[in-house]
Ligand binder design. Sequence first.
Ligand SMILES: [Zn+2]
Length: 600
Amino acid sequence: SRDSSRLSVLTEAVERQDWDYLTMHQYYCLFTVDSQSLSQNILHHPNLNGAFELMRYVLEPNERLSQEVLYLFANFPFPITRIAMNWPRIHHQQEQKFVQFMGLSVNFQSLMTACMRRKYPPLVRELYHGVGITSLIFQRIVFTAILRCVWKSSQHLEKEALTILHKNIEHFYRMNHPISLPSNLEDDDQHWSGLLCDLWRRSLSQPHPNNIPTHVSDLHALQPQTAQAAARRRGQPRIHDPAQPHRLLQIQPTQPNLQGATRSFFPDRTYVQPQQRDPNPTQFGLHQANLRSPVLKAQSAGPPLYQFVTGFAKHPARFKDAGRKIETWSLPLKNLNTIPKDIIRNVGEPATRTVNKNSNMLRLRCVKWPSSEPEPPDEHAWAIADTYWAPNTYFTFNDTLLHPRKKLYYGKDLPIDISALVKEGDNTLEIAVLREADDKRYLEYALAIEVIGFQSHDIIKQHCLTVNHIPATQTLDEIKSKLSATSLDDEISIVANNLTINLFDAFSASRICDIPARTKTCRHFDCFDLDTFLQTRPKKGDASIVDHWRCPICREDARPQHLIVDGFLEEVRRKIDEDGLFQTRAIIFNQDGSWKPRIE
Ligand SMILES: [Zn+2]
């Protein structure tokens, strides 16, 4: 049966035309029976023993095969001398590939160590570029071997893990095809490792199926049968493994001997993220479907809810230690009953969250913030800054690996919702940046944890008309001081000693604002109509989307708490109504404080 398991893999290699596997297998067998027939490039390679040790480890020792079969294998598909004579070019190419594998196979031990520590098996890219394994079948064998070490008593997960591996292989080769779109390695790695981690986490939270572990039919078991698996077979109650939180990164300087071990398997730091010319989230985001945002459902029918950032659980800050070691942000949180729970109705569909106006959610967000700025962004600058994830930056929140959603798949970088991960008491965000010593790009970013709140149309409006209502006299004083200022301000249209204020709603541009509104930070006096502004916020599910709160005139931060209603323009409107001058588009304001409708 030893013979037959090796034979069936060989048969598969022939069927799938995996010539790289046939070569490796033949060289491996030749090394045992007739090593001198191998080329000098192989025999004098400094990692000769390491490379064959790796094959011996994952394929099983040749000594266990019967002599006849081993001899047959060493000459399969043809005796090596015949291959060299009949197909010299192919022979040379295959030998080159094998020598390359020999060189890179020194990385196998560190890949194994990295996988053990991070608790998930290797990705195709790591096997291909890290260890030089070009054979698809050999990739699978090494993957399975490492998997069995990493997830010791979880052989029932093997089938699912292999399904993920096969998708990873398909994607990897499609992306590396010369005519394919450039792929973002970092995103890809995070996607595939995310799937594997999810599988592992799911297995920890679910009872194991009480059946015989699934084996890959054509692979012999590399690990001795564990006592647990044996117990399971006998139908005895299984013993729970303690949940092992996985750590993505281990780069603390306190473990210098391990540092080299994990580093080579992280994304190529010289890699530049390709920019997608036509973002197409539907096409490119499909395989990241598990990262879709939950759908929000309003708890009760009624006026629409608006969603916006109301504050910070952690104020914007730059990365500090993240470039040298794992940076930790601790986050004491309490009264989390306002955070809605994720409800998953059907597998494969995004979760739903039931929200009301007291609900809160938490998001991790990163923005570009030039290192020349002495201070981190204030709340207004933060609110209008687009999300950009710093390159090669990794986050875990309460030991769960976070997946930054990137431009390549979504058209733009998106925040990470961490609502489902927070817990009462101490919460921990860990941040690590993998970089070359001279790569200081991570210093050009700022990071914060935002609190998202909900509010109804009526309450926002009420707030603007009372608490955030600016009396006419205040606006008049501001206009007068602007007009008397010596320096001209580009932001407002000053012609000589007067100032024009547009009255028409910035949206409809067809009528005067009913409720003239702008933001606390706007430098113009022109207004937009409050109701129209609120009603035009884009919706998703039963609430507005979070990040569409900018002044339609100047793009300043226009989140509901920063909207004001201008009492002076309300008076102007009343006066114009009284005079029947409904088509007045603008008024002209003089330095002496008087104003008149502009003649069109
Ligand atoms: Zn504005």
